[in-house]
Design a protein around this ligand. Sequence first.
Ligand code: 0RQ
Length: 496
Amino acid sequence: MTYAFITAAEAAATIHHGDTVGIGGFSSVGTPKAVPEALAAYAEAQHAQGKEFKVGLITGGATGNQVDSALVKAHAVSFRTPFQSNKDMRTAINQHEVEYFDLHLSQIGQDVRYGFLGKIHVAIVEASDLTDDGEIILSTSVGISPTLLQKAERIIIELNEAHRGKLTGMHDIYILDNPPYRTQIPIYHVNDRAGRISVKIDPKKVTGVVRTNARDSIAAFTPQNEATLQIGHNVASFLLREWKNGAIPKEFLPLQSGVGNIANAVLGALGDDTSLPAFSMFTEVIQNSVIDLMLKDRIRFATGSSLTLSDDHLDTMYAQIDMFRDRILLRPQEITNHPEMIRRLGIIAINTALEADIFGNVNSTHVSGSQIMNGIGGSGDFARNAYLSIFTTPSVAKGGLISSIVPQVSHVDSTEHDVRILVTEQGGADLRGKSPSQRARCIIENCAHPDYKQLLWDYLKLSEGHSCHTPMSLRNAFKMHLAYTETGDMRNTKFE
Ligand code: 0RQ
């Protein structure tokens, strides 16, 4: 099967104002790059002629600068979903230039298949190869690309020479049927294969193939600091205790770990603690630390939806690709984050909070309740269904001006019913089997920063002063947030 090779500009010119564009890729890798950039230039040219030009973006999760920055700077995005982590996109969303709605990452693919988000006019995906019969070998991620390719009216493929031939065999493409025809997912162990290595497409839908040769340029992580190292150590000590007392089976259980500096550091610390057995990962994002730990034989096998690796780590993987091909599988995010998988395999989930309240509700997405940071990502999928759901956060942010432990979170992503363990650099709170009052005591005692402990005890005391199940003072619940907004320092809080 041969497709027409076209330029990125020619591909962009086939996209119309008002189209919904499905962008392949996940967690900032394996995303198309040349066509979105050309689309931004095309939009600018249309605007210069006085024509309207905006498209809606449906993605698997975070995309690269070539998608979000380029299109937002060209004022070419009407709406976007789900997770994003791009500074320009974040600003445009918070300024209401882009309508954004956030969704659990396990759900976006099926929402597309159910037709909840309308038509997908065009899918743009990155491939590392095309098979002889025209099927697509994806590149460093899967995300919702198989579903976009299935549902889109038109398909544009970026064939990226930078990954050509290296990733064949690393994907496991399994697309769920829609109800009422859905059956169980045939994955019973982390390394089971359920699907194909390539994505079958309808060749008639292919507008053309654009040749590219560029990596995703993932920024290296911030080096671990004292707080993130201590959080990692606290999580590792907790898991070791649970394992020794038999609450975690002797074979250990697969781990999921979220994105960002803290998650990367926590995973590194867990892997380096050799009192824990070597483990497997059933996660959505394979970050640098997974490659490091595989080389040390601390991680046996990893499955995720993306290889979100900085260039040096990608080089390391490609240098020993035969070994890594046997130990890594890339799957659609609908499978990596599926509640059925998470419960069946008994995943230990470790995600990150911006802030948590004294009852265990977690805010992972909105600063001061209103400014979007990134999105819920897969944290909600895993938190609700995990064998053990752990949230981590440094106890303070912005050099101590903000306490990450507050009386009431300013936005809720994971509820007190989903959060089992909360860990800061101060220590860990085990919330299992505890009432709201008991949880509040446990969190203040173990997780709050010393600068904020007394304030939180004061809040608890004044809210417990009346008959209630959950101690809550409506008058004071957001006083710490208000103190930060009004004075720039939560330590100035005055309760009434
Ligand atoms: O801002 O860089 O401007 O100083 O938030 O914080 O400490 O660098 O931590 O990179 O790990 O990100 C929750 C955002 C943490 C991320 C979040 C400010 C802080 C800094 C980043 P600056 P750090 P990280 C699945 C998993 C989504 C949920 C999840 C995330 C910036 O982990 O997006 O885990 N998670 N999904 O200063 C105001 C507070 C703050 C605060 C931190 N309380 N108030 N600002 N910051 N706490 C993901 C996928 O499925 C793909």
